[in-house]
Design a protein around this ligand. Structure first.
Ligand code: C5J
Length: 219
């Protein structure tokens, strides 16, 4: 069985019950002119994730692992966006406002879609989620059960928000989670470091952490 050197201790996985989960690698978070930038963030910090994630995605596809993508966003009438989310903070543009890449975080808009380098293949599920967690108000749990998946290789953005929320949701649902340190990204260096440390702390309270080169080697 493949075993990866990881923190806090080696992670062993069954390829037939492991999926690669790629969270919210959308133009709205990663490219200028999107939601992330309207909140005042430096999106170049998230762009660093793309090259290692492209390599990991290639290795996962070659190894035959199921690949599942998620996108955070809302219906055009915003009926699935709670006012608390819509109104929070003081962004220069709100969810649903017209921006350079279409309406911010709205399904079907150019900015809402996944960046070209990580474009899903036709047979790779894309889960549209209204929240931060990938399990909340989606069919991800059912999809993983149908595929017999019990372990998740978790990647995407942002480390402390949608990645963390998803890992916590997955942990409570009994999944083993390996978070790939250079394939997750944050706008804040301190949050990236602390977010990864929190996952592996206390004997792996939420899961394991490893860099992509170690994982690709065993794939
Ligand atoms: C955020 C996400 N940060 N995908 N979403 O609002 O992490």
């Amino acid at each position: 069985m493949p075993t990866v050197d990881a923190s806090p201790y080696p992670f062993t996985f069954h390829p037939e019950s492991t999926a690669l989960l790629i969270i919210d690698m959308q133009r709205d978070f990663v490219e200028p002119g999107g939601f992330g930038e309207t909140l005042g963030n430096d999106v170049s910090k998230l762009q660093k994730v793309i090259p290692p994630l492209v390599r990991l995605l290639g290795a996962a596809r070659a190894a035959g692992l199921p690949v599942i993508h998620t996108r955070e966003g809302h219906l055009p009438d915003l009926s699935d966006c709670p006012p608390a989310k819509l109104n929070r903070g003081a962004p220069s543009m709100r969810i649903g406002d017209p921006g350079p890449k279409g309406r911010i975080l709205i399904r079907g808009e150019y900015g809402h879609d996944i960046v070209d380098d990580l474009k899903p293949l036709g047979d790779e599920p894309v889960i549209d989620k209204p929240g931060k967690g990938s399990f909340y108000a989606t069919n991800l749990g059912e999809l993983l059960a149908e595929k017999g998946v019990t372990s998740l290789i978790v990647t995407g953005v942002t480390t402390e928000v949608c990645v963390h929320t998803t890992v916590r949701e997955a942990n409570d649902r009994g999944f083993e989670c390996l978070v790939v340190s250079d394939c997750v990204g944050s706008y804040f260096d301190g949050f990236q470091e602390a977010g990864l440390a929190m996952i592996a702390a206390q004997g792996g309270i939420f899961g394991w952490v490893t860099p992509s080169d170690k994982l690709i080697e065993v794939m």
